[in-house]
Design a protein around this ligand. Sequence first.
Ligand code: BEZ
Ligand code: FE
Length: 287
Amino acid sequence: MPYVTEENITDVAIERWATCHSPRMREIMTSLVKHLHAFAREVELTHEEWLAGIQWLTRTGQISDDKRLEFILASDVLGLSMLVVMMNGRTPTGATPNTVLGPFHIEGSPELPNGGDMAGDASGEPCFVTGVVRDLDGNPVPGAVLDVWQADGDGVYEAQMAGREEPLLRGIYRSGPDGRYCVRTVTPLGYSIPMDGPVGDLIRQTSISEYRPAHIHFLVEAPGYERVITHLFREGDEYLDTDVVFGVRRELITQFRRMPDGPTPTGEVSSTPFWQIDFDIVLNKAA
Ligand code: BEZ
Ligand code: FE
């Protein structure tokens, strides 16, 4: 091995990491070294800047636990999470596209009947989300499992509420024989990502908005179809064009319709006005 110079250290380091035992790991690590060195050379990284970066990464690790996923948040705001989602979940035109899972999904939500209320004691205006789960040929997909979750009227998810035991604003629904589903909830609002950690420190040094547009999360699975992890977004929301985690895709923007008091999609009569969202979920056949 030659002794290092500023000119040859990248090649020397790549050669060393090319000893990774797995071919894929070798590809990833040698490329990582190549791009890290290119980055440091391009910006002429100073020792102080390198140390500031290391300290930021250290704080990011220190604040993280099984609920606070600060590294994932960093990946989200850098657009890396969404790039990985899109590269790994390419869907044909017409199929519902994937977007970020986000850190607030909780496994094992309560099973609710079609039209069942997942809002519990959450404040907000009543809202019904209805639609058909279907395939690309327009055939209904019965028995699809829809795992649905959202934040409350203060922009807080159950996963962020320390000590809460009762499920809040999450439920598992199944599409009926005609592919139809119906979720009863409250209208979602836009909210800020957690700003009290290293990611917030970084965002405050920019003009980036820390807000996500109002959305409801869906994870939909049906035998024989590709799983889709997605959101529906509210048309006209002020943060659609600036979503801090780059999660908005055109196909996911839906109209929230204000309905007068009267019959709701479940057949019950509401004594107050309510919101209705029609959101069809189009699944792609599994390969
Ligand atoms: C969310 O939608 O729940 C979310 C996604 C990425 C980062 C923070 C929150
Ligand atoms: Fe969310």
